[in-house]
Each structure stands twice: as structure tokens, then as C-alpha cells.
Design a protein around this ligand. Structure first.
Ligand SMILES: NC(=O)c1ccc[n+]([C@@H]2O[C@H](COP(=O)([O-])OP(=O)(O)OC[C@H]3O[C@@H](n4cnc5c(N)ncnc54)[C@H](OP(=O)(O)O)[C@@H]3O)[C@@H](O)[C@H]2O)c1
Length: 236
């Protein structure tokens, strides 16, 4: 049975991935930053009759020791699909003239650096997963990381962080191709979560179903692509 690791599964899209994967019978490892959120995931799994298919582990992707502890907890295991969902927007409504250096570094750290270092920490598990037909890494990015699409300005912190993730993940796609590990950059759409807000047009279930279809269909030939939840190719 293939196993999927969802990093950042406490709420929003991450929790949506866990629910959908369990519903269809996959073996899921989900990370949260605190125990209470892991308990909620187990309650959901029980209600689906799937608690034996859910394992929860702790990880704060921005903390090196926490990434190492996750890798250690999964030592000797095979991961077939890593979904790196964790991300932050940072403070909203910040304009040029008041850009905050500390917050910007934090957003870059969580959204750009941490996802790649998490994948790096889990390379042995992904390589083990790849021995049976390839492994996959999907990063939750954003259309707001597209330089071509940026016609409205602003959002310096989040835009630059997701653009950086896109750039780094392209390198990862090229570098991991010999290991038969495919990489995908996924824009979930504008979704009703804590980050997306209630005005967002998409519900979590619809976005997650679309993104999982993209991950299921991913192969080495389209590794490194940047697509939205419905499969539309997005401009860099
Ligand atoms: N919603 C949208 O419209 C939208 C659009 C484009 C892209 N995205 C991207 O989609 C992903 C999920 O977004 P969402 O809307 O579900 O956001 P959300 O509701 O704010 O949830 C964010 C998730 O990331 C986790 N997280 C944040 N920092 C973390 C860290 N340092 N270590 C581990 N986990 C961390 C959170 O855990 P805690 O509960 O512990 O904080 C939470 O599970 C993000 O990467 C986001 O940038 C979302």
C-alpha cells in the first residue's frame, strides 16, 4: 500500500487532504504542530472508520530539529507522496514604506526555505518510495508567486516567498529526476480557509479533489510544472 505524508495538516487544505485520502483508503501520515490538532485528525479518521490508516507526527517545518525529528521518526520507511501544505501569509495590508524585515524573513523562511529543507530531510524516505514506481513531492504554492500574473502589486512578503518556492522547486524537479521523484507546484485556487477567508469562491473539498487528481496524474515527464487545482498550466 502506498503512503502519503501531508505536512501541515492541522486545518484548512492540509486537513482536507487527510480527509480525502483516508476516505479513498490511502495510508496517511499527517503532521501537526500540536497534539490537540492531531487528536482532531484521529477523531475524523475514526468517524470515517479509518483510524488504522492514519498516523500523526509532530513537525514545525521552520525548526531544523523538528524536521530532523520527523525524518528520524520515519527512518527506514518509504514515502510515496509528500504533500507539503504548510504555509503562512504573514501580516496583511502592508504597503511599500512600511515593509517589516522580521516578518518578511519569517514568511520567506516558512514558505520558501522550509519546504525544500523538509523535502531534503525526507529524501531517504522518498528514495525508498521511488523504488516501486516512483515517488512524488507536491508543494502548495500560489498564483501570487507568479511574476507574469502580478498586475496589482503589493503582497511583497507572500508573493516573493511563493516565487522563491517555485524557483527552488524547479531545481528540485531537475535534481531528483534521476531518482524517479517527480515534483509538482500546485496552486489550490482561492479557497475558504483561515488564509483564504470566507469570501473565497472555492470550498476545500473541491480544491483538494482537483489537486489530488493532479498529483495522481503526475509523472516524471511533467515534473517541475506549475498548475492550478483544475490542471491549468500557470505562467511563471
Ligand atoms: N486558501 C487559499 O486561498 C490559498 C491560495 C493559494 C495558496 N494557498 C496555500 O495553500 C497552503 C494551505 O493554505 P490554507 O489556506 O489551508 O492555510 P491555513 O488555513 O492558514 O493553514 C495553514 C496550515 O499550515 C500550517 N503551518 C503554518 N506554519 C507552519 C509551520 N511552521 N510548520 C508546520 N505547519 C505550519 C498550519 O498549522 P498550524 O495550525 O499549526 O498553524 C496549517 O495547518 C499554504 O501553503 C498556502 O500558502 C492557499
Amino acid at each position: 500500500m502506498t503512503s502519503t505524508l501531508v505536512v501541515g495538516a492541522s486545518r484548512g487544505l492540509g486537513r482536507g487532504f487527510v480527509e480525502r485520502l483516508l476516505t479513498r483508503g490511502d495510508q496517511v501520515i499527517a503532521t501537526t504542530r500540536n497534539e490537540a490538532d492531531a487528536d482532531v485528525l484521529h477523531t475524523i479518521a475514526s468517524s470515517l472508520g479509518a483510524n488504522n490508516r492514519l498516523e500523526t507526527l509532530s513537525c514545525d517545518v521552520a525548526i531544523a530539529d523538528s524536521r530532523s525529528a520527523l525524518a528520524e521518526a520515519l527512518d527506514g520507511r518509504a514515502i510515496h507522496t509528500l504533500i507539503h501544505n504548510a504555509g503562512i501569509y504573514g501580516p496583511k495590508g502592508i504597503c511599500m514604506g512600511e515593509l517589516p524585515e522580521t516578518d518578511w524573513k519569517r514568511v520567506l523562511h516558512v514558505n520558501t526555505i522550509a519546504p525544500i529543507l523538509t523535502a531534503q530531510a525526507l529524501l531517504p524516505q522518498l528514495r525508498a518510495g521511488a523504488t516501486k514506481g516512483g515517488a512524488k513531492v507536491a508543494f502548495l504554492t500560489s498564483l501570487m508567486g507568479s511574476i507574469t500574473d502580478n498586475s496589482s502589486g503589493g503582497s511583497y512578503l507572500y508573493r516573493s516567498a511563493k516565487a522563491g518556492l517555485n524557483a527552488a522547486a524547479r531545481s528540485l524537479a531537475i535534481d531528483l529526476a534521476p531518482d524517479e521523484i517527480s515534483v509538482l507546484l500546485l496552486h489550490p485556487g482561492w479557497v475558504q480557509t483561515d488564509m483564504g477567508g470566507i469570501a473565497a469562491p472555492l470550498e476545500i473539498g473541491e480544491s483538494v479533489a482537483g489537486m489530488l487528481a493532479r498529483i495522481d496524474n503526475l509523472s516524471l515527464s511533467d515534473s517541475g510544472s506549475f498548475v492550478n487545482w483544475s490542471g491549468k498550466s500557470l505562467p511563471w
